[in-house]
Ligand binder design. Structure first.
Ligand code: HMG
Ligand code: MG
Length: 302
């Protein structure tokens, strides 16, 4: 069966924009996030408190985050932010962030390239972050990248993924997002990983799925996950995105493509597809390039 309701974890403003070469003005980012909230998204990843040299596009986190306070008038919207270390946590807490995400890797190569650490060193780096955040009542999502394949290492053994997933949950993350960073997964792999995590004591209710659409598999993989009981799905408005530290990664599953499928299946998301599409069209104009989302293109074809 399928869940009655799916919570979309919108990553366009973070995962989407972090890969854009030209710097998007802070005011445009704020308006993007506000419009996403008005379209009915309730979890909108806002930015990252990482080293500004590593992700120059998000170097304006200090300027952006305070502009988002007024979104409270739209309704109950969570604005999680990425935090890799204690320095990032200090910055996020100083601005009043109420939810954060640490981001680990199932492979050594990506841990080195994305975090300048081994897998275990990155877990050690996250430990005080999760502990301090939790003590302050700030919930923590744990991202796990390269769950289904790695551009340098190829196939990633299931046991390796499960070990790091388990470690992130043991640190105190309340949610685990399974990242197909380069979009190579196919549905059988998704079912197998969810089963292995279940066996390892990671409940499906705490799992989100994070698919990139490089090989056009994101929606199929999502449906497979939903059929296994997953109810949290990461997606990016208009299909923006890619990861600057993973070659060949394209955008995330487009939120519009996801909402089109879920609307058709009668699964509630609370998202107004028309308002969302208009937002992505507007954002595409800001970026000077059409949205890669098939649904956005179909709905706006003249
Ligand atoms: P490092 O160079 O090892 O940092 O980078 P360090 O700990 O050695 O510190 C060096 C200097 O950086 C110090 O300054 C620190 O204060 C400063 P100095 O003393 O030399 O003047 N520094 C910071 N400044 C501001 N904010 C901070 C911060 N931390 C240190 N937070 C580090 C290590 C983790 C910082 C770096 O590797 C980094 O920022 N990486 C972020 C990479 C990133 O954001 N990648 C994209 C997100 S992951 C993703 O997209 C995948 C995902 O979507 C899921 C999927 O698709 O799989 C989530
Ligand atoms: Mg991603």
């Amino acid at each position: 069966g399928l869940p009655a309701r799916v919570r979309i974890h919108e990553v366009g403003a973070r995962d989407g924009l972090q890969n854009e070469a030209s710097v998007v003005p802070t005011e445009v980012k704020a308006q993007f996030i506000r419009r996403l909230a008005e379209a009915g998204l309730t979890t909108i990843e806002a930015t990252s408190f990482v080293h500004p040299k590593w992700v120059p596009q998000l170097a304006d986190a200090e300027q952006l985050f305070p502009l988002l306070g007024e979104i409270a008038d739209v309704g109950d919207v969570e604005l999680p932010v990425l935090v890799p270390n204690e320095r990032g946590l200090d910055r996020a807490l100083a601005l009043g962030a109420r939810r954060i995400a640490v981001f680990g890797s199932a492979t050594e190569t990506f841990a080195a390239r994305n975090l300048n650490r081994t897998v275990d060193e990155s877990l050690a780096m996250f430990e005080p972050v999760v502990a301090r955040a939790t003590a302050e009542g700030v919930g923590v999502r744990g991202y796990l990248s390269m769950c289904f394949g790695d551009p340098w290492e190829g196939a990633v053994p299931l046991g390796q993924v499960v070990r790091v997933a388990r470690a992130l949950m043991d640190l105190g993350c309340d949610e685990l997002s399974l990242g197909d960073t380069i979009g190579v997964a196919t549905p059988g792999q998704v079912v197998a990983l969810l089963a292995a995590l279940n066996d390892a004591g990671v409940p499906t209710a705490s799992i989100g799925v994070h698919f990139h659409d490089t090989y056009g598999q994101a929606l199929s993989n999502t449906l497979a996950a939903l059929q296994q009981g997953v109810t949290t799905v990461d997606a990016s408005a208009g299909g923006l995105g890619g990861c600057p530290y993973a070659k060949s990664a394209t955008g995330n599953l487009a939120t519009e493509d996801l909402v089109w499928m879920l609307d058709g299946l009668g699964v509630d998301t609370g998202v107004d597809l028309g308002a969302l599409t208009a937002t992505s069209v507007w954002m595409a104009e800001q970026l000077g390039r059409p949205s890669p989302s098939r649904t956005v293109r179909a709905l706006t074809h003249k």
